[in-house]
Design a protein. Structure first.
Length: 47
């Protein structure tokens, strides 16, 4: 049986996120709060 796994993987092109995506994720993380109520953690988005 041939060793097919011995071939080197093809290098993926470098991918950069769009500015809109980074902005969305940062705004989402700023609006997210985690409250601890007893032994339960509750996530709340303040929008």
């Amino acid at each position: 049986m041939a060793k097919l796994y011995a071939k080197k993987p093809v290098a993926a092109p470098k991918m950069n996120p769009k500015k809109e995506t980074v902005s969305f994720l940062l705004n989402y993380s700023k609006a997210l709060t985690v409250l601890k109520v007893g032994s339960i953690k509750v996530e709340h988005i303040a929008n």
